[in-house]
Structure formats: C-alpha cells, structure tokens
Design a protein around this ligand. Structure first.
Ligand SMILES: Cc1cc2nc3c(=O)[nH]c(=O)nc-3n(C[C@H](O)[C@H](O)[C@H](O)COP(=O)(O)O)c2cc1C
Length: 177
C-alpha cells in the first residue's frame, strides 16, 4: 500500500471483531521495526507478545476497565519496552545530555511507529495504551528491571470504520527559518 495512504488508514481501533493473529505477521512487522533509526544504532527497543485467547486474557487483566472495554475480542497484545542506560549514554554509562533515557523512549516510539504501519499494511489494527499495571506486566513477561516498560498495544482486526480524529494544521506546528 502507498505509504501516504497507510498513514491515514492507521487508526486507534477500539472495536475488534473476533480473529486470530498470525505470529508470522508479528515477526514480519518487527523485522520492519528494526529498520527504524536509533541512537548510535543501539536498538534498545524490546517487543513482548502475548498471542492467543488465554495469554491475551492475562494482559487484559492488567489494563484499566475503560481500556478493557476497547479490547473485547482482542487475542494478541504487545508490550513494548526499552533497555535503559544505553541510548543517550556513552559506552561508559555517562549521560550525554539533559534527555537521559528520554532518548531511549524516543527511539522506541520510532520503532513502534514502523511496527504499527507494517502491521496495518498486513491488514491488522492496533490500539496503544499508556495506562497499564507496569509491575504486573513485568512479572507476567519476566521483563528485567533494566528495561523501561512503555505501551501495551492491542492487535486485531477492526469491527467497523474507526473515526478519523482531527489533526493540527501543518502551519500550526511547523516553522521555517
Ligand atoms: C503514548 C500513547 C498512549 C495512549 N494511551 C491510550 C489509552 O490508554 N487508551 C486509549 O483508548 N487510547 C490511547 N492512545 C491512543 C490515542 O488516544 C490516539 O492515538 C489519538 O487519539 C489519535 O487517534 P488515532 O490513533 O486514531 O489517529 C494512546 C496513544 C499514545 C501514542
């Protein structure tokens, strides 16, 4: 699909129809995500998947109720994290500037954006959720303390046509010297 169309097609989907998620599709999307730029090519993004109804239920239980309502029929979740103390730091572990681990979060966002677009191209929808039980997810997936857990992403197929949220005008967010 043409990239510009893909940007418009991707939406946060809060109503899913029952469908299985193909693990190979997830792996293919991660193989696109690794092409994202990162601080000194440090690639600190990490992807934790729960695929299948039983495993998905365990992730669902760690979401607030309003997000659970959006995830009915979702049978695959992704938890994204990044290895801290690398992006934004020297090899000796010295923080490069005021951003610190903000650069790791920046890199993960880029990686996740690539992932979501690849997923959409393969016909799958998603919902990023920032509100989640971080400690519960760490235990469930065995995520080490060296990694910062970021979003939980629901993955499935849209039940209807999701609304296109309004966007700012180019002139409002850009300036040219
Ligand atoms: C970091 C982040 C956290 C988000 N958390 C939630 C959430 O907890 N629940 C939810 O329904 N949507 C959540 N969203 C989705 C946004 O509300 C959505 O991306 C935004 O309204 C634009 O709509 P669109 O994705 O359909 O273009 C989150 C998005 C991001 C990037």
């Amino acid at each position: 699909m043409e990239l510009k169309l893909l940007f418009k097609e991707r939406r946060s989907v809060r109503a899913y129809r029952p469908s299985d998620v193909d693990v190979q599709v997830l792996k293919d999307a991660v193989s696109c995500a690794v092409m994202a730029p990162s601080w000194k090519n440090s690639e600190t993004a990490r992807y934790y998947f729960a695929v299948g109804e039983e495993k998905a239920k365990k992730v669902m239980a760690l979401l607030p109720e309003f997000n659970q309502r959006s995830c009915q029929n979702v049978s695959a979740f992704l938890v994204t994290a990044f290895e801290t103390g690398i992006a934004g730091f020297s090899a000796a572990g010295v923080q490069a500037d005021s951003m610190g681990n903000g650069w790791g979060a920046y890199d993960l966002g880029l990686s996740n954006a690539y992932f979501l677009l690849a997923l959409r191209e393969a016909g799958y929808d998603s919902l990023i959720m920032g509100l989640r039980d971080e400690a519960g997810l760490r235990t469930l997936f065995g995520i080490p303390e060296s990694q910062q857990i970021m979003g939980v992403i629901a993955i499935g197929k849209r039940a209807g046509e999701p609304v296109l949220r309004p966007r700012k005008d180019v002139a409002e967010i850009s300036s040219f010297l």
